[in-house]
Design a protein around this ligand. Structure first.
Ligand SMILES: Nc1ncnc2c1ncn2[C@@H]1O[C@H](COP(=O)(O)OP(=O)(O)O)[C@@H](O)[C@H]1O
Ligand SMILES: [Mg+2]
Length: 349
């Protein structure tokens, strides 16, 4: 057994630590290791807890005295694959004063690897989203300089298409900037009181051109004497703009998008603002992914409607900052309800 003082120190660490003997049998496991791994059986070996030949080989190298310390990364295919950083260190036989011959520490670094992968995917997505309108613009420029050089009708048509692509790039950049600004300020909650009714009325009015184009009605039902909420008016405008716009875009012509704002019946300290449409609906498995950046159920449809795939990600980040949340209810073919729950402002006494 390791000395008591050494055990106390190892038990205070958040990484899992094992001490193994010359046969790779576990002689000691710190608290973190006992919580994470099953050590109930007698004479548990290192391979029992880390079933990887890579780890066994590394331990052999350490125990044979070839090297004193070694670090490696490996992924265990558990229920959820987990990536660990392992550090193996040889113990001096005389000074250890026990059977223990090596120390193995394991740190779960899955979250770091996941974040890295998300960053890589994000950069790839942004590049792809920017490249397609850019490629299209370059093509039009070439045509205008060549084939359509002396064709005013074609020039007008191409310029209109170019305007569409330029607008798409500009929307994307605007949304990306919004997202990065929001992520930077997420920890600072807003502290002003705002009235939700004025915001909803303004958003409804600003979406009138889209409503007309899509031949959709927007109905607004606001309970009387609604308390103010704690929030940032511009950001909440962005939230409802996105949600109501989605309701209009992803529903059928001649249908109604219904907006209701009321005190949440089950929690009187918050408001519930629901945006209900009778559109195509969303499959249950897709719902948890909707707020991911660039996630769209139907890419073509979203693009045709001028979407960037960032709207709901922006909504999510604004609501996190507001200590508020979004609930999505949907049935395929029936429609969807997006409900926002916002904490009400304390009344001044
Ligand atoms: N009300 C809705 N009804 C059906 N699908 C929706 C609705 N709102 C959002 N979605 C789906 O979620 C996706 C992501 O929405 P969003 O982040 O706003 O991006 P965008 O609207 O730019 O595509 C949309 O592409 C669409 O597939
Ligand atoms: Mg949208």
């Amino acid at each position: 057994m390791l000395k008591k003082s050494v055990r106390t120190i190892l038990n205070g660490l958040s990484v899992a630590v094992f001490a193994i003997d010359s046969e790779q049998i576990i002689q000691f496991a710190n608290n973190a290791a006992c919580e994470r791994f099953d050590l109930s059986k007698d004479n548990t070996s290192l391979f029992d807890v880390i079933p990887s030949n890579k780890c066994t080989d590394a331990a052999n190298q350490i125990l044979s005295g070839e090297i004193t310390t070694l670090s490696l990364e490996l992924t265990l295919q558990d229920v959820v694959p987990t990536t660990f950083r392992l550090i193996l260190t040889r113990l001096d036989a005389q000074r250890a004063g026990s059977e223990a011959r090596a120390i193995v520490s394991l740190e779960d670094i899955s979250h770091i690897r996941e974040a890295e992968q998300m960053r890589i995917d994000f950069v790839a997505n942004v590049s792809h989203e920017l490249r397609s309108p850019l490629t299209s613009l370059s093509g039009f420029i070439e045509t205008l300089q060549g084939a359509a050089k002396d064709d005013p009708a074609a020039q007008t048509r191409f310029l209109r298409l170019m305007e569409y692509d330029a607008n798409r790039m500009s929307r994307l950049i605007g949304d990306l900037l919004s997202l990065s600004k929001l992520q930077a300020s997420e920890r600072v909650a807003p502290n002003k009181s705002v009235g939700i009714d004025a915001i909803l009325r303004r958003v409804k009015a600003s979406l009138e051109p889209l409503t007309k184009r899509e031949q959709t009605q927007v109905s607004l039902t606001i309970s009387d004497n609604l308390p103010m909420v704690i929030g940032d008016a511009d950001e909440l405008t962005q939230v409802f703009q996105n949600l109501i716009e989605n309701g209009i875009k992803y529903s059928h012509p001649n249908s109604t998008v219904s907006i209701t704002a009321e005190l949440d019946p089950s929690h009187q300290d918050q408001l519930r603002i629901s945006i209900r449409d009778t559109g195509e609906g969303i499959e249950a498995t897709q719902i948890p992914r909707l707020t991911e950046r660039f996630y769209r159920v139907d890419k073509g449809r979203s693009r045709d409607m001028g979407g960037t795939g960032l709207g709901l990600a922006i909504v999510k980040h604004i609501l996190i900052r507001h200590r508020a949340y979004l609930h999505i209810d949907s049935e395929l073919g029936q429609g969807s309800t997006f409900s926002v729950f916002l904490p009400i402002a304390p009344t001044k006494t």
